[in-house]
Design a protein around this ligand. Structure first.
Ligand SMILES: Nc1nc2c(ncn2[C@@H]2O[C@H](COP(=O)(O)OP(=O)(O)OP(=O)(O)O)[C@@H](O)[C@H]2O)c(=O)[nH]1
Ligand SMILES: [Mg+2]
Length: 353
């Protein structure tokens, strides 16, 4: 929705300094920013290795314009804005969960479920239109008798009914025939609800945020609580002042770290590490990637000339304190090209080009 705090949340995550103002449609063109994923495992590795450089994993965020009722029909630049969502891998849906009579709500009252429903309906309608167009094309082409096309058309009909009943595409059973079609749908994207609460409600939440959490649970979606306003304020303070201020509010964590972590896990990624004196670094690959593919993230030469990788769990590497020690203690093993990288693996790649 417009004016619910999306740009404020985005700024708190990325420090990108996007414009945030107290009126709807402050944001028209998308803002791009990068958030660093906090990772204690990487910190621990860098410390024992005495790394001169520490490079964390990152998530790219795009802050977009608010949608309004009718967006799927082109209302309020709807088509353009929906296009920005289509380009992303996952959606963080910011929901206003704070009272403030000075901040305009486009429908006049704070209403988290109503807001979510308005937006979800537009996203569903947009997907429904996409599926109907595709169904029309596929049905026509299937008249030629091609079995594959007929199966796709039948699948699209079932998908259309699923969406018409108000269900997001992400709850439609995975199907090979529809993989391509599903890939173009907004409601197929993993979604995280972000309850934007006031400073006082970060610690325990409020009635709005608990409603968002309940709704998310019903949908099988995730929800996090964050106070964007608090994040913005804390960003202006020195570390000592920030600590004092947070203690005064009874807040241990501002929600920022949980948000970035939740966003990261939403994307179905795993983190692996490289660790040494020169640099310790967190890398990102899709779940189910082979170690050879993972090596390619570090350098294309490593994928091309891949021989084998020494692999150790990050905890074992930290406990050993060095690769040499970890080898002595038999805490690293040699894996071939088809080994599937697990979250927390620490790699040393052997290659030859
Ligand atoms: N009281 C309070 N105000 C907030 C909070 N978060 C954002 N705001 C205010 O709400 C107004 C809108 O914030 P933005 O971040 O620009 O909202 P947006 O969703 O990006 O808005 P559009 O780009 O116009 O759709 C600004 O005046 C913010 O200061 C909050 O947690 N508490
Ligand atoms: Mg904005």
């Amino acid at each position: 929705m417009p004016n619910v705090g999306k740009s404020t949340v985005f700024n708190s995550l990325t420090r990108a300094g996007a414009e945030s103002q107290n009126y709807p449609f402050t944001t028209i063109d998308p803002n791009l920013g990068v958030a660093v994923v906090p990772d204690e495992r990487l910190e621990a590795l860098a410390e024992v290795m005495k790394s001169r450089r520490v490079v964390a994993a990152t998530v790219d965020f795009v802050d977009i314009a608010g949608l309004v009722r009718g967006a799927s029909g082109g209302e309020g630049l709807g088509n353009q804005f929906l296009g920005h969502i289509r380009e992303c891998d996952a959606v963080a849906h910011v929901v206003r969960c704070f009272d403030d009579e000075n901040v305009v709500h486009v429908h006049g009252a704070v209403d988290p479920e109503g807001d979510i429903e308005t937006i979800d309906t537009e996203l569903l309608l947009a997907d429904l239109a996409t599926v109907e167009r595709r169904l029309e094309r596929t049905s026509k082409a299937a008249k030629g008798g091609d079995a594959k096309l007929r199966a796709e058309a039948a699948g699209l009909e079932r998908l259309r009914d699923h969406l018409s009943d108000g269900n997001p595409a992400r709850s439609y059973p995975a199907s090979e025939a529809l993989a391509e079609a599903l890939g173009t749908l907004i409601t197929a994207k993993p979604t995280l609800y972000v309850a934007n609460v006031d400073e006082e409600s970060v610690a325990d939440g409020n009635s709005y945020s608990s409603r968002v959490e309940k709704l998310a649970a019903r949908q099988g979606a995730e929800a996090v609580r964050i106070s964007a306003r608090l994040e913005a304020e804390v960003a202006e303070l020195s570390e000592a002042e920030a600590g004092e201020y947070l203690a005064m509010l009874g807040v241990e964590k501002t929600g920022f770290e949980e948000f970035v972590r939740a966003a990261y896990s939403l994307l179905g990624l795993v983190t692996f590490f490289t660790a040494g004196e020169k640099e310790s670094r967190a890398w990102t690959v899709r779940e189910g990637s082979t170690v050879r593919r993972a090596a390619g993230r570090i350098h294309t030469d490593m994928e091309r000339g891949f021989i084998a990788a020494e692999v150790g769990d990050w905890r074992d590497i930290v406990a050993a304190g060095s690769w040499a020690r970890a080898r002595e203690e038999a805490k690293v093993r040699l894996e071939g090209r088809d080994y599937l990288v697990k979250d927390g693996d620490t790699l040393l790649v052997r290659f030859n080009v």
